[in-house]
Design a protein around this ligand. Structure first.
Ligand code: BG6
Length: 491
């Protein structure tokens, strides 16, 4: 069965930060794909906003360049590109001043009944002021939604302040807090795997599972995002949001339905059940690292401090032993690990089963290894289930680990849409299932904040690791201490 494209209702989408990195790299290429697939109605309009002076045509040329850079050449069909560019307009606007607001009001005035989306692809300090301004200008209709992107705050208090400022203008049903990991195909597949197959639920608990590992490894460094990143670090940038969302999807109880609140209620229960890591325990169960010079794919790369140009204690790697204090998961650690400039770009969830209780095989049959389920999020999306099998041929019983391999790209010969394509259309549809609710964001901060406090109080800075490695030796020690080891992606 091929994917069905269901057109959404006509909308006006206004992108604050319309000439910025997120808009040019992800949002506009994503919208182009939806336009190319005829999901975007012919009357829909997209308006880019930023301080820069630019005409509509100059903006269109800028976006044309972005499409050339960020859309696969096979998907760049000249008439589709022109059709998409024709939907774009541009307004030069000062988000906190007065310039440009009358133009925005008259742009939107024609279509007050339409679905209206304000995407705030800006720095988070502007979320509150821009929302207030949208309210003052009378631009918030019942059909309006606002999209905000992480970082939503840098700690619990600032996250609450953002939520309050946005919530003063918009109702919760109108607020879409994006975590783009939730829009990834394989992340959604995790829900299909768990809740569309009866096979897993009976073993999805402490009786059968020894531990879970979640790795999100990147080869990129901080590049031109150093200013943002140095104030953030891996815990705020990746763990507070993407990694905890993944953990929630693995650990949550089956929701009663696939609607926004049923799903988010279950995720919230997981976040609330995370065992707090008080500053006194931080050194035992967390490891932070910072990349030093090294080589990736045979190419020398500089260290974090060289890229930054000054001293810093910001972590570019973090490993954490998390525990979910529920009947289902008691005694089953969730090891999280993420970092920049690691050996490979790979994200995987490893569900490591317990060993068999008793072996009936002779010693020379070989080791009976516990089963392992590996969900590969990117690249080469798929699922592998490692089983023990008999090595074929004569010579008695010899056992071997063999993967049952489901490669999504080979099984489904379709283009895997970028997460933003799906999420943007969900915003237009008003479907909040794959977006974070206010209480989820705050619960995630409640868990992360004591870790940040513990690091601040510690005399030790982040441990160095060579670019191109799998992180600092402390991360290996974290596992070895528990008699376990990291499963390197792809093995
Ligand atoms: C972003 C982080 O949210 O996710 C980046 O800010 C990170 O630092 C990125 O590189 C990873 O996303 P993806 O989709 O490339 O895995």
């Amino acid at each position: 069965m091929t994917a069905q494209i269901i057109p959404v209702q006509t909308f006006d989408l206004v992108v604050f930060g319309g000439t910025g990195d997120l808009a040019l790299r992800k949002l506009l290429p994503g919208l182009y794909q939806r336009c190319r697939d005829r999901q975007m109605p012919s009357e829909a309009r997209v308006c880019g906003l930023s301080r820069r002076e630019m005409s509509d045509d100059e903006f269109r040329e800028l976006v044309r360049g972005a499409l050339n850079d960020h859309v696969n050449a096979d998907d760049l069909v000249p008439e589709d590109v022109e059709r998409f560019l024709g939907r774009l307009s541009y307004i030069s606007l000062d988000a906190t001043g007065s310039k440009g607001w009358p133009d925005l009001c008259s742009f939107l005035a024609c279509c007050a009944d339409r679905i209206r989306v304000f995407y705030l692809a800006t720095s988070p300090e502007l979320f509150g002021p821009v929302c207030a301004k949208l309210g003052d200008q009378g631009l918030v209709t019942p059909q309006t939604r606002v999209v905000i992107e992480k970082p939503i705050g840098k700690d619990l208090a600032s996250a609450k302040a953002v939520n309050e400022a946005v919530g003063a203008v918009f109702e919760e049903r109108q607020i879409f807090r994006i975590d783009h990991y939730l829009g990834k195909e394989t992340v959604q597949n995790l829900m299909a795997l768990r809740f569309a197959n009866a096979l897993f639920e009976p073993i999805w608990n402490r009786a059968a599972i020894d531990h879970v590992q979640i790795t999100v490894a990147e080869t990129v460094g901080v590049g031109n995002r150093a200013d943002y990143y140095d104030h953030s670090g891996a815990l705020r940038d990746m763990v507070q949001n993407h990694m905890l969302q993944l953990l929630c999807l693995v650990a949550m109880e089956p929701p009663s339905a696939m609607d926004a609140n049923s799903l988010r209620d279950e995720k919230l229960k997981v976040l609330s059940a995370l065992k707090p890591i008080r500053p006194g325990r931080v050194e035992q169960v967390t490891v932070r690292g910072q990349y030093a010079p090294g080589a990736i794919d045979g190419k020398a790369v500089p260290g974090y401090l060289d890229e930054l140009g000054h001293r810093s204690e910001t972590e570019t790697f973090v490993a954490i032993k998390a525990e979910v204090e529920t009947w289902r998961w008691s005694g089953v650690p969730f090891y999280l690990r993420t970092g920049k400039r690691l050996a490979q770009r790979a994200s995987e969830i490893v569900v490591q089963m317990r060993p068999i209780p008793h072996s009936i095989f002779e010693r020379d049959a070989g080791e009976v290894r516990p089963n392992r389920l590996v969900i590969r999020l990117q690249p080469d999306e798929g699922v592998r289930l490692y089983l023990m099998s008999k090595d074929p041929g004569p010579g008695g019983m010899r056992l071997k680990t063999t993967p049952l391999n489901l490669s999504f790209s080979e099984t489904f010969k379709v283009r895997f849409p970028d997460a933003y394509e799906r999420l943007l259309m969900d915003v237009v549809r008003g479907n909040q299932t794959l977006f974070m609710r206010k209480d989820e964001v705050e619960a995630a901060w409640t868990w992360c904040e004591p870790i940040l406090d513990g690091w601040k109080q510690s005399d030790e800075g982040p441990e160095n690791y060579g670019a191109g490695s799998w992180g600092p030796s402390g991360a290996v020690a974290l596992m070895v201490h528990d008699g376990r080891r990291w499963v390197e992606p792809g093995t």
